[in-house]
Write a protein that binds this ligand. Structure first.
Ligand code: PBG
Length: 323
């Protein structure tokens, strides 16, 4: 036998030497949830280990994460029902929970990268990512709302926005709006291939942002489609995106690889709430080794071609790396 692949697996040193993919805390972006009030740290039941923080405790949490070496975060707001309306006006109101949080976080931690979310659903009384009329999600009418939101976030200190809504043309629309408002340095991480997925369930629990009627299939992509991701890729590139994202990650590793092969832009993948919940639930039952399952799935996302991994495991990974 000339070739014996097991020769390169015979000791830990050799296995490390030939290791093709290595995870680093630098690959990771940690999504966090903010809520109103103070002194509040509310566990998200369907995401063991993850909490919703009031701003004071959010700052403490970020400080702890920074000490662990995490440098990138995403932030999502839980908006009280009484602030929601059909046009998401809370999303660009000065003094809102989210804009104040962006301001506080970016001034307190100027060295971190904070991805801020642009989408109507947390603020929409319909729970959809666009303006709803007669049961339809309106595309072009939604774009100006997203632009107001993006500019308000940039004014509050955001340097990277993440439009997670899947309206057509929004990357270009936001690029132009930001440029015109003097924010040409604010980047856009486009949710390029965001699928209509069952794996967002725990996130919608965390924010109480589930759609009040219907589903998101007229704007999020059909999980059956692969070539369509290339259409979205071409559009987002042409419209000025700085990052392309695939979401969810684990059931879409082929899509991550596809985007990697077809673009020179950095590819991000969102290891979503349901993917986190699955591993946590199985681990809590003693059905699998949670730590190993976490590492293996994060590794698979990087191996598939993602350079940035948005993951609720970021802090646990960082803690493990310190130990
Ligand atoms: C919606 C949005 C969703 C997530 C982030 N932004 C889900 C949805 O479409 O309802 C999901 C993230 C996760 O599940 O971790 N703008």
């Amino acid at each position: 036998m000339l070739q014996r692949p097991r020769r390169n697996r015979q000791s830990a040193v050799i296995r490390d030497m030939v290791e093709e993919t290595r995870l680093s805390v630098k690959d990771m972006l940690f999504p966090l949830f903010v809520q109103s009030g103070s002194g509040k740290k509310t566990p998200i039941v369907s995401m063991p280990g993850i909490h919703r923080y009031s701003l004071d405790l959010l700052l403490k949490e970020i400080e702890e994460c920074v000490e662990l070496g995490i440098r990138s975060f995403a932030l999502f707001p839980q908006v009280e029902e009484s602030f929601k309306d059909s046009v998401a006006s809370e999303s660009y109101r000065k003094g809102s929970l989210y804009l104040d949080a962006i301001h506080a976080v970016s001034s307190r931690f100027p060295e971190i990268s904070l991805l801020t979310d642009v989408a109507m659903d947390p603020y929409s009384s319909d729970g959809h990512d666009g303006i709803v009329k007669d049961g339809q999600i309106l595309n072009d009418e939604t774009l100006p709302v997203l632009a107001k939101m993006a500019i308000a976030q940039a004014q509050a200190g955001s340097r990277l926005i993440g439009p997670s809504d899947m309206m057509d043309g929004r990357v270009g629309y936001l690029r132009e709006a930001l440029d015109c408002a003097g924010f040409s340095n604010v980047g856009i991480m486009a949710y390029t291939a965001k699928y209509a997925s069952a794996f967002y369930g725990p996130f919608r629990d965390a924010l109480e942002s589930a759609p009040k009627f219907g589903d998101k299939k007229t704007y999020q992509m059909n999980p059956a489609n692969r070539r369509e991701a290339l259409i979205e890729l071409e559009l987002d590139e042409a419209e000025g995106a700085d990052f392309l994202m695939v979401k969810p990650a684990l059931a879409y590793l082929d899509i991550i690889a596809l985007l990697r092969e077809n673009s020179h832009l950095p590819i991000a993948a969102y290891n979503v709430s349901g993917e986190y919940a699955m591993i946590k639930a199985a681990a809590q039952n003693g059905w699998l080794d949670g730590e190993k399952a976490m590492l293996e799935s994060l590794l698979s996302i990087k191996r598939a071609g993602a350079q940035v991994i948005l993951t609720y495991f970021a802090k646990e990974f960082a803690q493990l790396n310190q130990a």
